[in-house]
Design a protein around this ligand. Structure first.
Ligand code: PMP
Length: 392
């Protein structure tokens, strides 16, 4: 067979790591590789009531086609909730998407032609990098420190790439590093976006999962010129299976996203949108989020404590104040993908960090997830990993 594929298919590759990670599905493996919410916290009983209510009160519409922009009561709920991070936006400027992953893909579709530049954090979320890669861009990575993307480095990147199409950032409890961008830098980022006329894509699935301290204003809070495109989702605070996310942006930009959504899937799932709205109306989403926070905070504490005890010198890690991940830096020259093979022999898994750097390098990192493992397994798994590290 010699069918001719699009050029983009050369850039979308299954990785060897994916193959290794398939092994992590075996029950005897303690896996810190995934990025899944804890399934025992899903509000299953409440959702039974929600589904019945939606079908009883609004069944015909729930099973029918619906507007591309999304279910208005849900858009209103989202606009109201976004006020908590200092964003005043009207429901009309919100487009419901099938998870924020679809929003990421649309960023590529709306902004990127082949060879265009995307500026991103180094490291950055693999799923976003892969979504953007379909549009054949080049990536310019900006270094981070404990306060997020370094703004002087970002300005240099903008000067060197004046035609960059957008700056992609995950400001809260970043995937993969767990790092949060400081308030000063959020302000500065918007200033730079305006100065260089390059929009910001603020991808924020984790902001509401803060374990301590005050919630920070979104980058979009500082946006007076319509330069920030905010991507949100119910995946980590409620259920990823529903696939309900959103894009919040200026009317002009949202219009473009609506046009590409019409081509992609016409609309997001009518039933799921109503379910998400009904859950918020019938139950207390914030109380539910607090339950998630309690559980994840304990798991984070236990993981960090055990890492402090069990990891040898030369292995450093971030201390996330929320979200799902911590990020380990191994000594220079260590290849985390090779370490993973050894870890799997000890029946413990993680994601090697190299693939979070779109231009390669930095193989000596790994991402650890703490949201999805019970406490005893966290201690056991990190102890095993410590053993593997000590042998290196
Ligand atoms: N952005 C980031 C940073 C993520 O970590 C994820 C999920 N892992 C997504 C977007 C996509 O989430 P969803 O499509 O479920 O909303």
């Amino acid at each position: 067979m010699s069918v001719k594929y699009a050029k983009r298919m050369d850039y979308i590759k299954g990785s060897a790591i994916r193959e290794l990670l398939k092994l992590t599905e075996q029950p005897e493996i303690i896996s810190f590789a995934g990025g899944l919410p804890a399934p025992e916290l899903f509000p299953i009983e409440e959702m039974k009531e929600v589904c019945v209510r939606v079908l009883d009160t609004d069944g015909k519409a729930a099973l029918q086609y619906s507007p591309t922009e999304g279910y208005m009561p849900l858009r209103k709920i989202i606009a109201e909730r976004m006020k908590k991070s200092g964003v005043e936006i009207s429901p009309e400027h919100i487009l419901i998407t099938s998870g924020s992953q679809q929003g990421l893909d649309f960023c590529g579709k709306v902004f990127l032609d082949e060879g265009d530049t995307v500026i991103c954090e180094s490291p950055s979320y693999l799923g976003a990098l892969n979504a953007f890669k379909s549009y054949l861009p080049k990536f310019v990575e900006v270094e981070m420190d404990k306060d997020g993307m370094k703004m002087d480095e970002l300005e240099k990147a903008l000067q060197a790439n004046p035609n960059a199409k957008f700056i992609y950032t995950i400001p809260d409890f970043q995937n993969p590093s767990g790092i949060t961008m400081s308030v000063e830098r959020r302000k500065k980022l918007v200033e730079l976006a305006v100065k260089y006329n390059v929009p910001v894509v603020e991808d924020n699935p984790y902001g509401e999962l803060r374990f301590e301290g005050e919630r920070l204003p979104a980058i979009k809070h500082f946006d007076t010129e319509g330069m920030v495109i905010f991507l949100g989702t119910f995946s980590k605070i409620f259920s990823p299976g529903l696939r309900v996310g959103w894009v919040a942006a200026s009317p002009e930009i949202v219009r473009k996203y609506v046009l590409v959504k019409q081509g992609a899937d016409l609309q997001s799932n009518s039933m799921a949108q109503r379910e998400a709205a009904a859950f918020v109306q019938m139950f207390d989403l914030d109380a539910h989020i607090n339950k998630i926070i309690e559980v994840y905070r304990k798991r984070r504490d236990l993981m960090i404590e055990t890492m402090e005890k069990e990891f040898p010198e030369g292995f450093t890690f971030t201390y996330p104040n929320g979200g799902l991940f911590t990020w380990v830096e191994m000594p220079e020259g260590v290849d985390a993908a090779e370490v993973l093979k050894k870890a799997l022999e000890e029946k413990v898994a993680f994601v090697p960090g190299g693939s979070f750097y779109p231009n390669g390098g930095n193989e000596n990192h790994c991402r650890l997830n703490y949201s999805c493992m019970p406490e005893d397994k966290i201690v056991e798994g990190i102890t095993r990993l410590g053993k593997v590290f000590k042998k290196l």
